[in-house]
Write a protein that binds this ligand. Structure first.
Ligand SMILES: Cc1cc2nc3c(=O)[nH]c(=O)nc-3n(C[C@H](O)[C@H](O)[C@H](O)COP(=O)(O)OP(=O)(O)OC[C@H]3O[C@@H](n4cnc5c(N)ncnc54)[C@H](O)[C@@H]3O)c2cc1C
Length: 461
């Protein structure tokens, strides 16, 4: 059986950045990455290629799996902040977290051929304007590469690591065992076995159930108590232009008067596209945008999410989110679409009403009624937030504002790890979204760098 110093499961943002750091440090460690998705040049979603109109459930899904992970075909928006996108600062401290995210930004820019702007909300007047309407703008620096450039950057990163790190694509890690020598034995779906002393689970959101399974097997603590449910809003880009021109992405949080629930904007894509996302067969909605004006649309899209935290005895918040997403899949065969005006009038959107709609949807979705899918509490909170946003971006509450459902932000079960992302099982690390500590590209990548540096110094000494 082939033996490695380190095996990484998943070549997403965290796994790819760990491999970058091992290469950069010239560590001489024998590192293997096992990745269930495709190599980067094969990552083409048939919807984006214009071959099919809606998700056909490719296995592996090229949006979620492959080199660069869920981030590769994303909008390439890197938020340098500890205000959202995860809480690695609770493990490694705020200063270190920001320093690592800045480092990730530097690395990405070094592979980028173009010029990209680093937006900041710090000095923005928008914060004051928002506060006047009880809306709270969170502070962040944002680098936006756009989907097109992000792929090119990651291709170069792959070229940089490929001679130092062995990567097995289209290979899924199925089992992990520990032998009597304390080595981890990793088995793949192809029946191959590999051994290592240090195993990094970096399998992201799409591999989070698998991570939970491994943690249960090794009696490692897990907690799952949060899921965010909402819709993706799409409206003419002019409505948010004054905001997106200044800060590109605005994370705005609002506490509803009716239920005292937190609602927030998330993943804002000026001149972007709404896309369907397939997580283990459940279709939800997401969005991205291109840097190249040629591919841009006339719309801006963003998510409005309501946070739900559950208390004992309920333990599986993700199942709750999945059940709601399944309802929209059942009624709409995938993503449902409704005009805000129809939702307010308590009627479904249908083909005829959509034909009269001035806002042209960028995703082909089934016109329908979101009130049959999203629970009243969350839907009321979303409606209240839309009216609140209308005060700083008039036009948000127009009848032709489009709402796609559902968008679900799954919080992967939080795995108990120490300050080096090592579990109670010595030599077993969990990084990135799969361990619940991160939900963003910058933080997941920073997490990968951190563990690679830690292991490099540990194994050298
Ligand atoms: C459409 C979309 C757009 C997004 N846009 C943004 C954005 O603009 N900005 C932002 O900050 N965040 C964005 N995100 C979130 C961001 O992509 C993630 O937070 C980030 O990729 C997490 O990195 P990760 O390494 O933890 O996991 P991932 O990037 O999900 O990588 C995990 C990898 O592990 C592999 N894997 C899983 N299980 C196994 C297994 N058993 N064996 C082998 N391999 C396995 C998967 O194939 C995958 O490639 C977006 C997500 C999506 C889906």
């Amino acid at each position: 059986m082939k033996k490695y110093d380190v095996i990484i499961i998943g070549a997403g943002a965290s796994g790819a950045f760990a491999s970058y750091e091992f290469t950069k440090l010239n560590s001489n460690l024998k590192v293997l990455i096992i990745e269930k998705g495709n190599s980067i040049e094969k990552r083409i979603c048939p919807i984006k290629a214009g071959k099919v109109e809606s998700c056909i459930g490719c296995i592996p899904c090229n949006i979620m799996n492959g080199f660069g992970g869920a981030g590769t075909l994303s909008d390439g928006k890197y938020n340098i902040t500890t205000n959202f996108g995860g809480d690695i600062h609770n493990y490694i401290g705020k200063e270190k977290a920001i320093e690592l995210m800045e480092y990730v930004d530097e690395v990405l820019c070094s592979f980028d051929d173009g010029e990209s702007k680093l937006y900041t909300t710090k000095s923005s007047n928008l914060k004051t304007v928002a506060l006047r309407h009880d809306l709270h703008l969170l502070e962040a620096k944002v680098r936006h590469f756009g989907t097109d450039r992000n792929i090119e950057i990651l291709k170069k990163m792959y070229e940089y690591v490929k001679n130092n790190i062995e990567i097995k694509f289209n290979t899924c890690c199925s089992e992990v065992e520990k032998n009597s020598k304390g080595e981890y034995i990793v088995t793949t779906d192809k029946g191959e076995e590999f051994a290592c002393n240090h195993l990094i689970l970096a399998s992201g959101r799409s591999g989070s159930k698998w991570i939970s399974k491994i943690c249960k097997q090794f009696n490692i603590g897990l907690l799952s108590n949060q899921v965010d449910i909402g819709v993706r809003v799409e409206l003419p880009a002019e409505v948010f232009k004054h905001i997106t021109d200044e800060v590109y992405e605005s994370k705005i949080v609002y506490l509803t008067k009716e239920y005292n629930d937190l609602v927030r904007t998330f993943c804002m894509n000026p001149y972007g596209q709404v896309v369907a996302e397939n997580t283990n067969g459940i279709i939800t909605v997401n969005g991205h945008s291109y840097a190249n004006p040629e591919f841009q649309s006339e719309n801006t899209n963003f998510a409005l999410l309501v946070s739900n935290r559950f208390t004992e005895p309920f333990k599986d918040s993700n199942d709750y989110g999945e059940s709601i997403a399944k309802l929209s899949n059942m009624l709409g065969g995938g993503v449902l679409l409704q005009r805000f005006g129809d939702l307010i009038k308590g009627r479904r959107s249908d083909k005829k009403r959509m034909e009269k709609c001035f806002t042209i949807p960028t995703l082909k979705a089934t016109p329908g009624d979101l009130s049959l899918v999203i629970p009243k509490r969350q839907l009321d909170s979303i409606i209240e937030m839309i009216y609140a946003l209308d005060k700083i971006a008039p036009g948000t509450a127009n009848g032709d504002t489009l709402l796609y459902g559902v968008e679900v932000k799954f919080y992967n079960s939080r795995v108990e790890v120490d300050e080096n992302f090592e579990t109670a099982e010595k030599g077993l690390y969990v990084v990135g979204d799969g361990g619940g500590a991160t939900h963003s590209l910058s933080q997941a990548s920073a997490c990968g760098v951190y563990v690679a540096r830690y292991l490099n110094s540990l194994l050298k000494s």
